[in-house]
Design a protein around this ligand. Sequence first.
Ligand SMILES: *Cc1c(COP(=O)(O)O)cnc(C)c1O
Length: 488
Amino acid sequence: MDVEQFRKAGYAAIDRICDYYINLDSKPVSSSVQPGYLAPLLPKTAPEEGEDFQTIAADYESVIVPGLTHWQHPSFFAYFPTAATFEGILGDLYANAAPNPGFNWSCSPASTELEAVVMDWSAQLLGLSSVFHNAGGIGGGALQTTASDSALVAIVAARERLRALTEVPLEELLVYVTTQTHSLGLKAGRVLGLQVRALEVRAEDRYALSGTVLRQALEEDKAAGRRPFILIATVGSTSSGAVDNLPEITAVLQDHPEVWLHVDAAWAGLALCCPETREALFLDTINASVDSFCANFHKWGLVNFDASTLWVRDRKSLNEALDITPPFLRTAHGDAGTVVDYRNWHLGLGRRFRSLKFWFVLRGFGVEGFRKHIRQAITLNTTFVDLLADMEIFELVTPPSLALTVFRVVPPSHAQADLAALNALNAAFFARLAVRPDLAITQTVLNGVFCVRFAVGAARTTQAHVRAAFDVLVEEAHAAIALWEPTA
Ligand SMILES: *Cc1c(COP(=O)(O)O)cnc(C)c1O
């Protein structure tokens, strides 16, 4: 493709993207293709001769689009929705127009320096104190691919901090997570070859970790010769939006200062942009005490995937753990310590120029525009909760959290049915929802209770979409109840 062909194909591509968004609302949310649908539609090998781009673009429409799940669909309420924006798309387009691997400052100074700036802007947006800002030179933040990468990097930094103080055999080291921590905790343990202990959380604590449980675990493990050195706490758990009790946790950790506290706020962290959420999400404790903090702007934070942010209170152990400098990576600025080399802040060497889309989004929306989107999602969830409360067949399993509601069907005539029977009913209810083309929604299990999660956050969801989704839930709940045998 030459530059004039690119110009033409590029304009056509933008037209197609606009049409995609204009027609999104009328598409089924989830794809109905069956596993293995694609390979038979494509040649067995790449073409011998290059093909015309018009042909390739037409095939994208005919074979790829039908296999897409439309995460930007306004009726997408599954997992945690991702609010992509045109500002974000353009940010990636520009970034891809001048690709560079950005591992050292000198790879492309703008790439590094813009990242340092947008991380500080984002820290301020969320109310993170200046200790986490790059400008201070002690703490700071860097973009990561996912919250899983952020947690892995935090564990590596925590291990470095501990081992700089004392020699500890690796097999004694222990990572703390909770039974509601995202899979990232166990996965990081597996990758790093470290033991992981999942601390129990209780329904009566709303599935949040309490100080008592933590204190008891620390005493047990230390008495048995194990060395807990990091706790991955969650602000806004994936299953239920639970917020671990950070004030209690940090009070306990005062007696165990070698334990690094990482906060995974991949989803709920974005809500910190709204001052009215900060108390419930323990922002003061985060600012006063946590060692590292992660939020995913690629959830409801308006920045297109991938856009995970990680901040650390002190960059020293992170950089020391990850700085490996063979001769071919040395630069005069790096040697002089006058620049940040972001390769020492993440797992890979090269990294994408992601700060550009942050810059476009934060400028395009402004802080107020960003808050408006988050508040809108929370308000829509309140509408949903009000609708649920009006229908006797539904029960909240745990209090709603921000833009997430976890509920189940409990027919009033069988409110005393046993757990297994109600779980069977709710699994049948969910199975009906899962095949609906007009919404996407996901399930979870909370301490043995099968529940359905309703998560708001896509950029284009309105009251009408929430009401329409609720009508579908009522219809399918009645259908599932009609087929249910509560005593079977
Ligand atoms: C979504 C989510 C994650 C996983 O995020 P990745 O960025 O895909 O690793 C982790 N933790 C919480 C609390 C989440 O909500």
